[in-house]
Write a protein that binds this ligand. Structure first.
Ligand code: TXA
Ligand code: MG
Length: 340
């Protein structure tokens, strides 16, 4: 039985008791919902991998409620540049990969000697970690390969019968997972773009690198610096084709592809472009890129529920949160991107 309880002091306390007992509970964060368990308990970690059907070599990130929790979660001190980022962007959607400390078990990091650490912006998430008294390992609370959940209902759809409790904190407001950076060396390198953008990191440090795997598939001989980059992600059940180019030209190409497809189909377009697709079945990505980030995963799930076989989508520019949107859309489309 899987219970859904609204976040409250009582439900969060109950969730913390379950975490301390080695159980897995789903909880809201500002990015997406997480599937949490004690990062120091290998049996609890095994339950996360089982509930998600996650490949064993894909490490989990450890969530802390305050920087005072860092000793033992990481080994050694925060490097100077990581301290700058922590001061500026924590709490918030930034995960820093650092040398692993003894409080995080090797099963959590898939045997790596590094750990991704995140101090989430959602106050209920932080309260849960504080009351649990342990770092909480938490991947996104979806079945492996599906879009990440941005509501408690999405979590329920994937996890019913697999976990005892889902804390419902409403819709996640960032909508895409945290920015993951390798913070062990300078310049830091973005492995997964998110709500803390490359422009923001550049602004704080004066330098930043973006891993090649962020905007294109990795070649056969390239090493995935973040194991998660190897796997197809966020995949809708139907096909997704992205068309990139000037708005009018892209709209004509999308219209042509849409008209040529037989079956349940939709066009994803920015709010301001919807009128260019006269009469065809369109879905709004929102007024701007931030809204597109918030809505994307929910829309992909909705298309699955509607039995949509083909989606033709506009691209967004890759500045600011746009890089995260294009990274997730690109992966959902298996990088099936047409440039016009
Ligand atoms: O916003 C988020 O980060 C959400 C919420 C729940 O906090 N969590 C999340 O976790 O997205 P997950 O497991 O779905 O994605 C974590 C990503 C994976 O691609 C994983 O491969 C990478 O971070 N990762 C974790 N630890 C790593 C490490 N030590 N080295 C390299 N990559 C790592
Ligand atoms: Mg995930």
């Amino acid at each position: 039985m899987t219970e859904i309880l609204p976040v409250s002091p009582e439900s969060v306390k109950l969730a913390a008791e379950l975490i301390r007992k080695g159980e897995v509970v789903a909880f809201p964060t500002e990015t997406v919902y997480g599937l949490g368990a004690d990062a120091g308990n290998p049996d609890a970690i095994a339950r996360i991998f089982a509930a998600k059907g996650r490949p064993q070599d894909n490490p989990l990130i450890a969530h802390i409620w305050d920087v005072s929790m860092l000793p033992g979660v990481i080994s050694g001190e925060l490097p100077e540049w990581a301290r700058v980022l922590a001061d500026r962007f924590w709490p918030g959607p930034l995960t820093m990969i650092l040398p692993k400390g003894e409080k995080v078990c090797l099963d959590c990091t898939a045997q790596l000697d590094s750990v991704g650490v995140r101090l989430p912006g959602n106050e209920w998430a932080r309260e849960l970690i504080r009351l649990s008294g342990v770092p909480i390992a938490a991947p996104s609370a979806n079945t492996s390969g599906r879009p990440s959940p941005t509501t408690a209902q999405h979590v329920y759809d994937d996890m019913k019968g697999r976990i005892p409790l889902i804390l419902d904190g409403g819709s996640a407001n960032v909508g895409v997972e945290s920015t993951v950076i390798d913070a062990r060396t300078f310049p830091v390198r973005i492995l997964r773009p998110g709500g803390i953008t490359k422009e923001m990191i550049f602004g704080a440090l004066g330098d930043v690198e973006v891993d090649a795997g962020v905007t294109r598939p990795l070649g056969k001989d390239e090493v995935a610096r973040s194991p998660g980059m190897k796997y197809r992600h966020y995949a809708p059940r139907g096909s997704l084709t992205i068309v990139e180019g000037e708005a009018g030209t892209a709209a004509r190409k999308i219209t042509e592809l849409y008209d040529g497809f037989e079956g349940e189909k939709r066009i994803f377009a920015m709010e301001g472009h919807l009128s260019m697709y006269g009469g065809r079945e369109t879905v709004s990505l929102g007024k701007d890129k931030r809204e597109a980030a918030q809505k994307l995963f929910a829309l992909l799930r909705e298309m699955d529920d509607l039995g949509v076989k083909a989606i033709f989508s506009e691209a967004v520019d890759e500045n600011d949160i746009g890089l995260a949107v294009m990274n997730r859309m690109g992966r959902a489309a298996a990088f099936n991107i047409i440039k016009v």
